[in-house]
Design a protein around this ligand. Structure first.
Ligand code: BGC
Length: 250
């Protein structure tokens, strides 16, 4: 098969992988999902990633996302995965676990941003596009005319003395039992702080809550247009496959 790739998206509860048609951005065959090992130590996760690649019978390059800042292949933070990741050479670990093939490792939200910008909600967007994933925390990806600025951590930007994600992640809506409208007011405030700093042309809202976008995006009051993500639960896989194919991930 030509022009296909493979991506694996490592999350706090599941490790998901699949073969990606790089022409359309769609998965070829089923998405494979295994539970994230507990504890989610680097070696246990690497074995799970290798198992998914084996199950898919894929022998080509593999892109892998982590919920971590990743610089020069080294994980620098760990959100919802074991702290042992911090300082781990993730590139070397996955390279060995996958038998020495071509791989790349990148932040999960960066992968989703690449995928949305290539095939999804940001496909025809010009200028600065910011993808935000609303979940347990807030992940971010900033792209300018399709070029990624890796490892932005807007969810950790200080807003009103707290991490932005502690104000506007979807987990905050659940924890405080906010209505969509109440939560949208918090999101608007946080988006306004981001846009005062970065002046994006478009925000793309991802994460599970983007499925319910009709309930909250219309209530947003910040100035930049916000559109829902198009790829939803495949964005990380697809972005990882693009990243290893194009070499755009650091
Ligand atoms: C982390 C990011 C990650 C995001 C989504 C945040 O808490 O700091 O690196 O992209 O969660 O998993």
């Amino acid at each position: 098969m030509t022009n296909s790739g493979f991506g694996v998206d490592v999350g706090g509860s599941g490790v998901k992988g699949g073969t990606v048609d790089l022409e359309s951005g769609e998965l070829i065959g089923d998405r494979i999902k295994l539970p994230t090992p507990r504890p989610s130590t680097p070696h246990a996760v690497a074995a799970t990633v290798a198992e998914i690649v084996r199950m898919a019978k894929w022998d080509g390059p593999v892109g892998i996302t982590l919920p971590s800042v990743v610089t020069s292949g080294v994980a620098r933070s760990a959100a919802n995965i074991d702290e042992k990741w911090i300082g781990t050479d993730a590139y070397a670990l996955f390279y060995d676990a996958l038998g020495g093939r071509r791989i790349t490792v990148l932040n999960d939200a960066d992968a989703a941003g690449i995928a949305e910008n290539t095939y999804g909600a940001g496909k025809d967007a010009k200028g600065v596009v910011i993808l935000l994933t609303f979940g347990t925390g807030i992940g971010s990806a900033i792209l300018h005319n399709g070029v990624l600025l890796p490892n932005t951590e807007l969810g950790h930007m200080e807003v009103l003395g707290k991490d932005a994600e502690h104000i506007a992640a979807s987990s905050v809506k659940d924890a405080k039992d906010l209505s969509y409208k109440e939560w949208a007011a918090e999101v608007s405030y946080v988006l306004s702080r981001f846009e005062d700093l970065l002046w994006p042309d478009l925000f793309i809202a991802g994460g599970g809550i983007s499925r319910k976008h009709n309930k909250w995006i219309p209530h947003l009051t910040n100035r930049t247009p916000v559109v829902p993500a198009a790829l939803l639960n495949t964005a990380g896989i697809v972005g990882a496959a693009i990243a290893v194919d194009t070499g755009i991930a650091p």
